[in-house]
Design a protein around this ligand. Structure first.
Ligand code: PGA
Length: 244
């Protein structure tokens, strides 16, 4: 049985003070019953992780990092290692998000090293894959996603990771991928990774208005939410989804 993972990626938003204000409003809105339906995860910026680790204590909300390095320590300016995250009870690590892929030229090989090391150290990687607008228009979407999945997951344990299918043209644009198309791609990914436990999320302009339809799809096991996770009321409505 695949338990959905509803994750909020705060990106480069939220000071520690803002995180506290957010959680004061968010936690009462989601209660405790969600645990029987889904796992709820928040990925704050690194500077708010220690504060967030205190704020989620006693709730069932888990923490994720927005990236993770493959080494435990060393001369890697600006990077954060898995053991540093474990110290703050972080459980998941997003790797291969389209923003570091685009702005910092992250390669599938680097993303794979991050995912392998995350697993080795007891973190659950959330491996993001997805095509650009141009790739979709050229009919290359499936080939691109397949390459990202195969290279990104090399030497990983598919029973202990999450894949987030995030079409890049749908991220932060308000353009959601039709639920049926998102489901088709998620089921295709599932056919390439033979694990009955593989959790596959959809991400890209997820909001209160489309969450119920997305969560009604057979192969979508949760969502990775950017913009709408920044408002506690919106993200709580997403956590409290009601499949059709
Ligand atoms: P969005 O971002 O929900 O703002 O489109 C999704 C993501 O980048 O994970």
């Amino acid at each position: 049985m695949r338990k959905p993972v509803i994750a909020g990626n705060w990106k480069m938003h939220m000071t520690c003070a803002q995180a506290k204000e957010y959680m004061d409003s968010f936690l009462p809105l989601i209660g405790n019953d969600f645990q029987t339906r889904c796992n709820v995860v928040i990925a704050p910026p690194f500077t708010a992780i220690s504060t967030m680790s205190r704020l989620v204590a006693g709730s069932s909300v888990d923490l994720s990092s927005q990236n993770v390095h493959w080494e435990e320590q060393g001369a890697f300016t600006a990077e954060v290692s898995p053991i540093m995250l474990l110290e703050h009870n972080v459980k998941y690590a997003i790797v291969g998000h389209s923003e570091p892929r685009k702005y910092f030229s992250e390669s599938d090989e680097q993303i794979n090293k991050r995912a392998v090391s995350a697993q080795k150290n007891g973190l659950v990687p959330i491996v993001c894959v997805g095509e650009t607008d141009e790739q979709r228009e050229r009919g290359e979407a499936e080939r691109v996603i397949r390459r990202q999945v195969e290279q990104g997951l090399e030497r990983t344990d598919p029973d202990n990771l999450v894949i987030a299918y995030e079409p890049i043209w749908a991220i932060g644009t308000g353009k959601t991928c039709a639920a049926t198309e998102a489901n088709r791609i998620c089921s295709l990914i599932r056919s390439w990774v033979p694990s009955p436990n593989l959790v596959i999320q959809y991400g890209g302009s997820v909001k209160p208005e489309n969450i119920d339809e997305l969560m009604s799809m057979s192969d979508i096991d949760g969502v990775l939410v950017g913009g709408s996770s920044l408002d506690p009321k919106s993200f709580a409505r997403i956590v409290n989804y009601m499949p059709n």
